[in-house]
Design a protein. Structure first.
Length: 127
């Protein structure tokens, strides 16, 4: 997953997809399930998919990841999925829907005292 995330961060989302697809497959096939890290891999893959225009696949992955993060009781993981959903809808030209996802991220960050709350509040103001 690290290689894919590094490629994405370097602005190379198409190159990030194959290692992220592999990470999702490996994590899904573990003998001992690891739903948290599988969801993290799905979020990373979905972000790359958004950048290459595969929004529908990304949307399905992000919704599944958000549900998983809720099921494993990971509020930060849920916030990451909500943030990525906000990016997806913002990229798709749907600022109202994006704002709702960013607001859910803000709620989680505020509840946890996460310093990222200011960054998400700025994103909401910008919309």
């Amino acid at each position: 997953m690290s290689i894919g995330r590094a490629l994405f961060t370097a602005g190379r989302p198409a190159e990030a997809e194959p290692p992220l697809i592999e990470a999702v497959a490996v994590l899904d096939d573990l003998d001992v399930p690891d739903p948290y890290n599988a969801a993290r891999a799905r979020i990373a893959l979905a972000r790359a998919e958004v950048r290459v225009g595969a929004r529908q696949r990304a949307l399905e992955r992000l919704r599944a990841a958000a549900l998983t993060m809720q099921a494993v009781n990971s509020p930060l993981g849920r916030a990451d999925a909500e943030w990525a959903l906000g990016e997806l809808f913002e990229d798709a030209g749907e600022p109202r829907v994006a704002k709702g996802h960013y607001e859910r991220t803000e709620e989680i960050y505020a509840r946890l005292g996460n310093p990222g709350v200011d960054r998400v509040r700025e994103r909401i103001r910008r919309l």
